[in-house]
Design a protein around this ligand. Sequence first.
Ligand code: GRF
Length: 201
Amino acid sequence: KSIVVLISGNGSNLQAVIDACASGFIAGQVTAVISNKTAVFGLQRAAEAGIANHALSHKNFASRDAYDKELIKLIDSYQPDLVVLAGFMRILTAGFVNHFSGKLLNIHPSLLPKYQGLNTHQRAIDAGDSEHGCSVHFVTEQLDGGPVILQAKVPVFPNDDAKAVAARVHEQEHQLYPLVIRWFCQNRLQQRGDKAWLDNN
Ligand code: GRF
């Protein structure tokens, strides 16, 4: 399977996916990595793994629509079976989301439907939650609102700051995302309307 990964930064989740493909855990290849920000470490990770990588800066486009159209073109040139958002910090247009419907995944650092949007770790601490985590979901037109596939939980301890919680969540993300992508590449995972469907056989 051909997997295109979209990033905006460090790319530690990207690295987890690259490693899982290299080890055979995922029956697929990351064929391209695209960042909306230039000179981020994730692009270097891709280059080091010998993967095609592109910085497509949104700053050069007049509208969200124009950017997303160009992004679609670039992604489509790799004929992906799956498009993976891994810390891609941009809201996508309905046109984009619908174009890749059923093959677009995101990882979000909260136990959805809790804490959609930004600053999830601080918000979990402020709410006094004793439990927090991350979710992998299919992307729909609703921001962070598509069908959840799998979640991982971490504890939140009384004296934790956001950094400590983020590190604990990140560790789980690096397990969770490769597992879901493995299922997708095994043809065991599908988006069916507002539900995620997993073949357990
Ligand atoms: C992760 O916490 C992910 O859940 C969120 O953005 C962060 C990306 O981290 N969407 P990295 O770039 O993969 O290290």
